[in-house]
Write a new protein. Structure first.
Lengths: 486, 486
């Protein structure tokens, strides 16, 4: 364990994760949280979620979506209307049987997702083609009873947004499905600095009740995949189950085509595991709750009285410029301890001001993505805002570049050689291979490698060509990624 | 019923409310909402909530509070640890008895409020005086099973924020309690244009488990009172129930003093009923989802081709200036219909552009708070942003002024005359009178007037003096407001 009590990644990635989410104050210790599998998100973790929420919400609104809010409770009978949907979610339901001191006539489930209750509302709100498209989104908590839980990655309650839209045609619904996948990918890449791969899920791995599911897949620091967001073309499945109909331009009654798409607090897990290192978190500047921490350096009251006015002035300048800033004013802690502490918490830039810096009108800037002397520079106090802004942009780009290089070094194209294919996956890397999508084939791979397909990437390297499915040998026209996953 | 199908306020205030929340698209029709007593908040209503949320959140953060998130579920045993608390909430609980296909060992309640689960977390997070004050807030949904529900006013599920703080001393907790009450009042007055009265609840009316509860009380358009936000000094009640302790500067273990405070989607109901008129909503400009609606006026394609470019140009100018704007591009609807529609939805300013306006470089501005010719003016297109901004400020001030005049005309001071006191309340107005706070006395007033005390206002008209309690006759030093309430 390091001095902060965080197991190094290189020793045990999983233990590192469990340590860092608690030590960095993202969540309360799961072992002490009194509600099974539910997390307590502490302020530092919640600020990260607020930044994610803000970044996505802005994008949803810019593309014409409106937020609304639907009930937490869903009548059990609603879930049962879409056969695959209820089958998929039944084992994970929390059920309310009593309300106001009485047993309920029909039990309610706590929403695991809201296709059904929103579908029911859509059936009332949509009359004619003029009401389409209907583009809704909801920010909410959802509950899926999980046996084994880990903060952010798999919890019985989590926070998310769920988009729900209705359209006149299959083509419109498909365009929406892919538009939102693009928005997720753009957000992940540009804000979270995670080079996700967009792709389609296999029939086995798609959402319960969907026609087709799309995903953004991210590679974590241990090589595992993490599904960081999904977008589903629901076809007419929910429209038929909930009678979502419209009168078209020639006055004929038609079923709508619907979509749904979601990103959750899992994105926080993705950020932790895509960028973290042995020292702790490394947060992308665009989402970091604290972008710059100022550590004042002094050994006595005289030095303090010279250092602090400069610290306060620089802090005010940076804050006025809209940067998210924290001054570490803690007494009785050494600068070295503070450096480690803020490095562990992933703050992108540390600004140090000591007596000599005051004399020289300088300050030291240390970047979290490059530790030690190499990442430290002495800069003029004049123009500090521009200097820090530029540095934050560099770090943002550097994190994306590092994650992309890490990912690209672990993607392997395999044709025909099943044993090598399995070895790659077992070795914790990703294999891209021809895959027919066959259910039995996918089950065999699962048995051999403890992994299923992550996605058929939208960008196919040999578009228009075919090759032999890695497991069935039959010729097929799409390649898929396989990897162990969270 | 008016042409929009809204019962006039003057005919039946309650029917007006029920009509307007649906017709103005704030909520889905409650009779069609499939989950008993839960609301579906439609986009127009949710935007109003987003504005409230943003306005409050900004104020909380500016006063050092941090957002966090705690579990939706609370072990039943937690509620039972504070005797008054469980007694107050037990009849309203929704209970989860099954999860993941199995019956739970201990049932969970869906949070009706989070003092208990947050108190438990505080007991782990607070060690010493250095950890105090701990200033937390949570944006969440809560559930209180209600028999009779009305959108925004009383629903089984609602959205709110709940602040929870811990302090070293009674004085600190009391200062926080009143600070947050001030923030609520300032928000209500300046953003929602509602002249609320700050006061303390009687012992009978305080929060279950609190030492003292404070409230902001608003007068609705029918004279009834509505409690629009509350702030509670919880004393050491929850600290003792959940063992929230700290080591003080002299190394002694002490119990903390805690507070909690909340504002909910009820605030939307307050805005509707404080400002609405026979025509529908009147939204305060600072919170209105749409501040300006542009209605283009033309009778044929030629006129349309001249009008629309001006509309688009003005729309772009206003939008670029950060105003929340909507252009009503609907075809086949008369301008008159559109005027009524937007008046019903409460948009503060309507901007009309017709062919003659185009010729004269003019536009018409109609204000929602003054209907008809009196509230309409023709203005230059040049400088439209400043003109509209100024008008919005005028309307904001005018709504507050109107609500204040309305309220002040219905506040009556009564000393000694019990019959007159009861008549005032029964007549739908507010009586301010000497009140000892006596429980039996309050019960008698309730029986006689179907009303209890709203609050002892913090601003007492005769501070330092005494008078005879209106019901017991004993001398007392505080006056209280009584009124029928929502």
């Amino acid at each position: 364990m390091s001095e902060q009590g965080v197991t190094p990644q290189s020793v045990d990635f999983s233990a590192w994760y469990n340590d860092i989410v608690v030590k960095a104050d993202l969540v309360d210790n799961p072992e002490r949280t009194p509600v099974r599998g539910c997390m307590i998100i502490k302020p530092y973790g919640y600020e990260l979620w607020e930044a994610i929420r803000q970044g996505l919400d802005k994008r949803f609104k810019a593309t014409g979506h409106q937020n609304a809010y639907f009930p937490l409770f869903i009548p059990m009978s609603f879930l049962q209307r879409e056969a695959e949907h209820v089958e998929g979610f039944a084992p994970e339901l929390a059920v309310v049987t009593h309300g106001g001191g009485k047993e309920l006539e029909e039990p309610y489930v706590v929403r695991p997702t809201s296709e059904t209750i929103i579908g029911d509302a859509m059936s009332r709100w949509i009359q004619s083609y003029r009401d389409l498209p209907l583009l809704l989104n909801q920010w909410a908590n959802v509950v899926r009873w999980e046996k084994r839980t880990r903060p952010f990655l798999r919890t019985s309650e989590f926070l998310w947004q769920e988009g729900h839209t209705a359209h006149a045609t299959y083509e419109d619904a498909q365009a929406e499905t892919l538009r939102m996948l693009d928005i997720y990918a753009e957000f992940a890449i540009h804000e979270a600095a995670i080079p996700v791969i967009k792709g389609q899920k296999s029939e086995q791995e798609k959402f319960a009740g969907a026609l087709a599911s799309y995903t953004i897949e991210a590679m974590m620091g241990d090589g595992r995949a993490l599904q960081a967001g999904t977008s589903h073309n629901l076809g007419q499945n929910f429209a038929k189950a909930f009678n979502i109909q419209y009168v078209d331009e020639s006055n004929k009654l038609q079923y709508c085509w619907t979509t749904s798409w979601g990103v959750s607090t899992r994105m926080i897990g993705a950020i932790i595991m895509a960028h973290g290192d042995d020292k702790g978190l490394r947060l992308p500047p665009r989402l970091a709750p604290i972008q710059v921490v100022i550590v004042p350096i002094y050994r006595n009251d005289d030095e303090k009285s010279r250092v602090m006015p400069v610290v306060e002035r620089l802090a005010a300048e940076l804050q006025d410029a809209g940067l998210r800033l924290h001054v570490d004013r803690r007494e009785n802690l050494s600068p070295g301890f503070k450096y480690n502490d803020w490095e562990m918490r992933g703050v992108p830039v540390r600004l140090e001001v000591g007596p000599r810096d005051v004399d020289n009108n300088k300050a030291a800037l240390a970047r979290r993505d490059i530790l030690g002397k190499e990442g430290k520079q002495f800069v003029d106090q004049a123009g500090i805002v521009d200097t820090v802004r530029q540095l934050l942009e560099d770090i943002q780009a550097s994190l994306l570049r590092q994650a992309t290089e890490f990912r690209d070094g672990r993607l392997h194209e395999v044709v025909g050689d099943y044993d090598r294919f399995i070895d790659i996956i077992r070795g914790g890397e990703w294999a891209l291979t021809w895959f027919s999508g066959d259910a039995e084939g996918e089950a065999k791979i699962k048995a051999d490698a403890q992994a299923v397909s992550r996605c058929f990437p939208l960008e196919q390297p040999y578009a228009g060509e075919s090759g032999p499915c890695i497991v069935t040998g039959q010729m097929t026209d799409r390649m898929a990624y396989f990897a162990k996953a969270y």
